[in-house]
Design a protein. Sequence first.
Length: 290
Amino acid sequence: MTTVTIAGQELHVVDRGNGDPVVFLHAFPFNAAMWEYQYAALEADHRVIGIDLPGFGSSPAPTDPKATTMDRWADLVAGVLDELGLEQPPIVAASMGGYLVFALVRRHLDKLGPLVLVATRPKSDDVDTWEKRTAQQQALEGGEDLATLAKGMVDNLLSQGSLERSELVEYVLALMQHNLPEGWIAALEAMKNRPDAMGALRGMPRKTLVIAGELDRITPLAESTLITRLVADGELTVIKDSSHLPNLENPVEFNEVLKRFLDSLAAGEPEAEGEATDAAAEPTEATEAE
C-alpha cells in the first residue's frame, strides 16, 4: 500500500503483486477494499492497483465535498496513473467507478487501456435519482450516521440469495461504513451532476468487457447492453446469481471472466476499429470456474 498526493489531495492506493498492471476503481459507497477477492486472484501474475477516492477507505476527505465533479476525480486518477508510471493499463470499474471511467474517456483517453465496466450505466441521473442523492446529502449534513444509511441501501445492492448469506451482508456493510461522511457527500455530488456519457462512448476504441449481474435491480441489463452497442469493441457477460455487486456475490465466476479477458489481452488480440456491431452486444453467460 502506498500514498500519493495529486493536486493537493492525498490518496491511498493499494499497490501489490507483480506483472502487467490492472487498475481498479470502486463503486459507491465502497472503497478499494471491495476488490480484495480480485487482488488475491490476480496478484501472482499482475500488479494490482486500487485507488481509494477522496473520503473513502484510507484517503482523507476532500477539502470541499460539494465542489466535487467526476471530471476533477478523473484528473486525480490520471495523476495517479502518471505518478505510478502506468501506461494505458486495463481499468476495472464498478458502478460509480464506471462513471469515473466515462470522465476519463472524455478527458484522458490517451491514458486508458482496455476497460472492464461492471454494473454501470452511460446515462445521467433522472430527476428522481437526483432528488434521492440530494436527500442523502442532506441527511449526512444533518448528522445521519453511515451505518443507518448503509443498512437502508443493502437490500437493493444484493440479490435475495446473497442477502441470506449473513457473512456477506456484514462484509458489505463494513465496506460501506469504512468511509467518511464527506466522501459520501462528495460522491453523491459528482454522481448527480455527471453528464450523459453516450456521446463519449460512441465509437470509443478501447476494447471493453461489460459485466452485469443477472439479478441487478439498480443497473438493468439493457443499460449494460447499451454500452456494448456504443463502443467500437464491446462484449457483455452476465454473472449468475448476483445483483449489483457480482465481484463480491459470485467472486469465483467473476474472477474467471476477468482472468479470461486479461489473458486475451496478453495474447495480443487486436482492438476493433469503427462502430460496434449488433453482434457485439449479444450477452454471454460466464462459465463455471473449475
